[in-house]
Ligand binder design. Structure first.
Ligand SMILES: *Cc1c(COP(=O)(O)O)cnc(C)c1O
Length: 424
């Protein structure tokens, strides 16, 4: 499949692109919700990824072993539960550009954000501020503000939010760098979403990490909308820590187990403050039930509890697919799909008085395009749903569409355009 700029908004052209798509067979490996006996146009893989057809058998394996072995499944299950999380580590690490010792699947995303902030937000009287993007995902805002309050600081003083400039939807990265330099030695932590969930803007994580660390701040990212969507290189970028969920682009099912990253440079520092649990204790001695916590010298140290095996089984099914396909092919298709969606929207605009405004930056984006439909409210989104398209709606006026390279097709985009055109 070669990059083409001569797109056409026709079924024939979309079908040609599908025929040439080297990943086209993966579409058959996912369950699609149905509308009038056909697959819906599912553009919400950035919110809840579709279910791989293999997921059921991965979970069934664990249900069967539980039935057969009871507690002994921790050792006797085909995939022993005691080290189960380790089966996910290598594939997950590859996807985020980390070493296996830096990558762990555990808990939920917001829980991991808190646990990591306990270790990495250690404010002092002079260095206590946190810099984040304005309109960060609400859970991140709540987590950050409650951490600031927990340490006895005032959010109005300690929280630096970078806003888009007047009349703009996305943040000018120069404003991030200017704020880093301005707040300089009062900045304790930078905590930004790798991709803003609302606008779809991708931030230059390597440059932000460098700029933040240059003024002595710690730098962490929420990768909920980045993992499985972008090329990530957390280790080489020198990012201090990161967390992400697995139910969006990573297709691991609602509320499934989340991911965390702590850079190797922090692993030897066993004095780092943290909230501890028995799953973070030295594995050789875990069942000696000793009263003193002896931390594992990897990111596994941050684990609290024994692993949720069914969530992990679902996550494993999906990561096996990602590992088979590889991020390179996904990124190549993602670029084409997103370009084609952009083309189709612009083509509709020619006929509809430019009522659609794409607010996602063209250069810095993954596979999500956020659209403002001027003059149309949530009714337009409701009509899309009624017609078999599932995008999502974010207050006050944005429709987000994420064509996902693993299972969306170019024909999906054509159908979306056709339906949208009829509704406007
Ligand atoms: C989806 C998302 C969350 C959700 O948090 P959970 O703890 O998984 O419920 C948090 N932050 C960001 C940036 C998200 O995109």
């Amino acid at each position: 499949m070669s990059i083409t700029t001569n797109y056409k908004n026709t079924l024939e052209f979309a079908t040609e692109l599908d025929t040439a798509d080297v990943l086209k067979d993966y579409r058959k490996k996912f369950h699609f919700p149905q509308h009038n006996n056909t697959n819906v146009v599912y553009f919400t893989g950035n919110s809840l990824g579709l279910q791989p057809t293999t997921t059921k058998s991965y979970i069934e394996q664990e249900l069967n072993d539980w039935a057969q072995f009871g507690v002994e499944g921790h050792f006797l299950a085909k995939n022993p539960w005691l080290p189960y999380h380790e089966f996910l580590t290598e594939n997950m690490a590859k996807l985020v550009g980390a070493l296996p010792s830096e990558t762990i699947m555990m808990n939920q995303l917001t829980v991991n954000v808190h646990l990591l902030m306990v270790s990495f937000y250690r404010p002092t009287a002079n260095r206590y501020k946190i810099l984040c993007e304005a309109k960060a995902f609400p859970s991140d805002q709540y987590a950050i503000k409650s951490q600031i309050n927990f340490h006895g600081f005032d959010v109005n003083d300690a929280l630096i939010e970078i806003h888009p400039r007047e009349g703009e939807y996305t943040i000018n990265e120069e404003d991030i760098f200017a704020a880093i330099n301005q707040h300089n030695d009062s900045l304790a932590l930078i905590m930004i979403g790798g991709v803003n969930y609302f606008s779809g803007q991708v931030f230059d994580m390597a440059a932000i990490t460098k700029a933040g660390q240059a003024v002595g701040a710690v730098v962490g990212f929420d990768l909920a909308h980045a993992a499985g969507n972008l090329k990530l290189d957390l280790h080489n970028w020198g990012v201090d820590f990161a967390a992400w969920c697995s139910y969006k682009y990573l297709n691991s099912g609602p509320g499934s187990v989340a991911g965390a990253f702590v850079h190797q440079k922090h692993h030897a520092n066993t004095k780092m403050p943290m909230f501890a649990g028995w799953w973070g204790h030295d594995k050789e001695k875990r069942f000696l039930m000793e009263s003193t916590f002896e931390p594992i010298q990897t990111v596994e140290r941050w684990q609290l509890s024994n692993a949720p095996i069914f969530s992990m089984a679902a996550c494993r099914a999906s990561l096996d697919i990602f590992n088979e396909v590889g991020m390179e092919k996904l990124l190549a298709k993602s670029k084409l799909l997103t370009e084609y969606l952009e083309f189709v929207i612009n083509d509709i605009n020619l006929r509809k008085n430019n009522c659609l405004q794409i607010i996602t930056p063209i250069k810095n984006r993954g596979c999500q395009i956020s659209i403002v439909a001027n003059g149309y409210g949530k009714a337009l989104y409701n009509e899309l749903i009624k017609n078999g398209v599932i995008p999502d709606w974010r207050e006050p006026n944005v429709i987000r569409c994420a064509p996902v390279p693993l299972y969306n097709s170019f024909t999906d985009i054509f159908r979306f355009g056709e339906i949208l055109n009829n509704l406007l």
